[in-house]
Design a protein. Structure first.
Length: 119
């Protein structure tokens, strides 16, 4: 792994997306078990799932990401599932209050050429 690799999600801003259909059939036994434990057999995960890992050098005294590194969500009705993998899912949290923030928006990416599938 490169010395410059940073595995922590930071300063992410999720906005303007449309979500549909996901979250009812996750891959992996751990996620399937978590879905059933938190949402029941017929339940589904919220639209956004976060593993919960944070860089302790970028957190406050309570362990929350500092505002400049926060994962922000401005997507009407979207909730975040923090599966707290760093603590073996001891403190799974569903909600959007902790992610009610914003970061500067990046410029849109526009492709000039048509994308084609296959050869």
């Amino acid at each position: 792994m490169a010395d410059s690799y940073d595995p922590y999600p930071e300063s992410i801003y999720i906005y303007g997306n449309e979500f549909s259909g996901g979250g009812s059939s996750p891959d992996g036994l751990d996620l399937k078990a978590l879905k059933v434990a938190v949402f029941g057999f017929n339940g589904s995960f919220p639209d956004i799932l976060w593993d919960g890992w944070v860089n302790p050098e970028k957190t406050d005294d309570a362990g929350n990401l500092l505002p400049e590194y926060a994962i922000c969500v401005d997507n009407e009705g979207a909730e975040v599932l923090n599966v707290d993998l760093s603590n073996d899912s001891e403190n799974v949290v569903v909600g959007s209050d902790a992610h009610d923030c914003a970061h500067p928006q990046l410029a849109a990416v526009e492709l000039d050429a048509l994308l084609q599938s296959g050869p």
